[in-house]
Design a protein around this ligand. Structure first.
Ligand code: ADP
Length: 511
């Protein structure tokens, strides 16, 4: 079957004698042009509707019926189309008078016979050139049409996405009004407001990235830490609830790049949350970091719903969503991957997607430029220009608590330790800490109760970090419900803790 492209380039020839048409065909073929002979006007018109570069018609073939048929074809053209018609005649004068009967054929050129081979070719080429511009215009129109449709879909989607959190906030307000226990409605309001800001941030980010207005604050980025952090954060927030097992493997122990840490975090978080979102309960998401030659590679592989071949090419476009209604219910606006690609490209990197098809999982791969480990990585106090933090560590095991406290102290923070919940509450009332690390298995009040009490009391601004021996999804769910921001599994690496504290500063810096 001919491609649409080839059809749009062909010259359709209508001549009463096969010999003329064959001659013409040969002349064109020698010049690399395709001419097809049509034996009747009906055939000419039918083929032209399928696509043609120009019509070449001998005057003798232009009976009244043929004129009517071609005129009808021309009349029915789409607005972008102005099909060139070349009529070969020995009596050009007859057609140049006022009331030219050929006018009904539209973009018609009357060509005097006999015609030199060179003149024939040059006319055909110029007709084809004009025709190509028309097809190009059609393409642009089509793109605009698609963009407008996507924008309309997007507006509808945006409305929907905004309505959900607004509805929840409204309802929480009503509960407060009726004098209900404020803890739950307040938690709803906080969570839904965060969701709303995320939507607004995405919208602003995408437009800033596409307009090239994002300025990267670059520095050395430890991609292994980044991987740990993103996976940990998402395990707590989403993966646990979705029943998806999320893991991170650093295939290369040291992996650094130069970039904007917060932006790269955003890239990986987006990919991981998509992978979780598009993977059914019981599935797996595996994040790996490795070096490949000069490249630092982050890959997010899932065994979820997969992506069809034709959609692979589109999903990075803005507002594109290809999933079924089932997945739609999980929200999103088709902006995440656009943002991912924009941010990765700002870093001079690339992002690719691979899927073996629907139901066969997906792999997103980000390639960045690998750089050497920075000299002062893991240095101490100077990394805390943001200031020391006020940290409370709640841990009943004396040794563990003391080690943790002295490490934090050495790094320049103000630290206080508590062996149980009531001690922790007392300390927090004295002065609200920036961060509290709370062991879950405490005597008396357990860590969940401590967190809930702290949240209720003093610590709205405090980052609450659960520290447990288990990383089970249920634990994480419970930790969130109790008001924790983060969930770390023992043993807690000090490097991770430092990073958390640093993030805390940058989060505040932005706010
Ligand atoms: P959305 O807000 O819809 O998640 P994205 O831009 O992040 O928007 O993704 C665009 C589309 O790509 C999604 O709607 C989904 O259909 C598809 N997609 C993204 N990640 C995955 C994945 N890991 N598995 C299957 N489909 C995916």
């Amino acid at each position: 079957m001919r491609t649409a492209q080839a059809r749009s380039e062909r010259l359709l020839v209508l001549a009463p004698t096969g010999r003329d048409a064959e001659l013409v065909r040969q002349v064109f073929a020698a010049a690399g042009l395709v001419a097809e002979r049509c034996s009747a006007v009906e055939e000419l018109c039918a083929r032209a509707r399928d696509g043609a570069g120009a019509l070449l018609v001998a005057e003798e073939a232009l009976t009244h019926a043929a004129m009517r048929a071609i005129a009808e074809l021309v009349r029915a053209q789409e607005p972008w189309s102005d099909l060139p018609v070349l009529v070969f005649s020995s009596r050009v004068d007859a057609y140049t008078a006022v009331g030219d009967p050929l006018r009904a054929l539209g973009n018609v050129t009357v060509v005097e016979r006999p015609l030199s081979r060179g003149a024939l070719l040059s006319m055909a080429r110029s007709a084809l050139r004009a025709r190509r511009r028309q097809y190009a215009a059609r393409e642009v129109l089509e793109q605009v049409r698609v963009a407008v449709r996507q924008r309309d879909d997007f507006m509808a989607l945006l409305g929907h996405e905004l309505r959900n959190p607004l509805g929840a906030i409204d309802m929480a307000g009503e509960l407060l009004e009726r004098g209900n226990d404020p803890a739950r409605p307040l938690a709803v309001i906080r969570r839904q407001t965060r969701q709303l800001s995320r939507i607004v941030d995405d919208l602003l980010d995408v437009s800033r990235v596409t307009a090239g207005k994002v300025v990267l604050r670059t520095g050395p980025v430890d991609l292994v830490l980044l991987g740990h952090r993103v996976v940990e954060g998402q395990s707590l927030a989403i993966a646990g609830r979705a029943g998806v097992e999320l893991s991170f493997v650093a295939e290369t122990p040291d992996l650094f790049t130069t970039g904007d840490e917060a932006r790269l975090d955003q890239v990986l978080s987006n990919l991981v949350s998509n992978a979780v979102k598009y993977t059914p309960r019981g599935g797996h998401v595996r994040v790996t970091a490795r070096r490949e030659g000069e490249a630092a590679v982050l890959a997010v592989a899932d065994d979820g719903i997969g992506i069809s071949g034709e959609d692979l090419a589109r999903i990075f476009e803005p507002f594109v969503q290809v999933s079924s209604a089932l997945d739609r219910a999980r929200g999103g606006m088709g902006l995440g991957l656009t943002l991912v690609r924009g941010l990765v490209e700002l870093h001079g990197g690339t992002v690719h997607v691979h899927s073996d098809g629907i139901g066969r999982g997906s792999v997103f791969t980000v390639q960045l430029r690998a750089t050497a480990r920075p000299a002062v990585e893991n240095g101490s106090a100077e990394r805390h220009e943001g200031g020391a933090y006020d940290v409370i560590v709640v841990e009943d095991q004396e040794d563990v608590r003391q080690t943790f406290l002295s490490a934090l102290e050495q790094a320049g923070h103000r630290v206080r330790g508590a062996a149980d919940g009531s001690e922790a509450l007392a300390l927090a009332r004295e002065r609200a800490p920036d961060v509290a690390f709370i062991d879950i298995g405490l005597p008396g009040m357990d860590g969940y109760e401590v967190a809930a009490a702290l949240r209720g009391e003093v610590a709205n601004e405090t980052l609450l970090v659960a520290v447990t021996g288990y990383g089970l999804p249920e634990d994480r769910d419970r930790a969130i419900a109790a008001g924790f921001d983060l969930h770390l599994t023992k043993p807690v690496s000090l490097r991770r803790v430092e990073l958390l504290l640093r993030q805390r500063t940058s989060a505040r810096g932005h706010g």
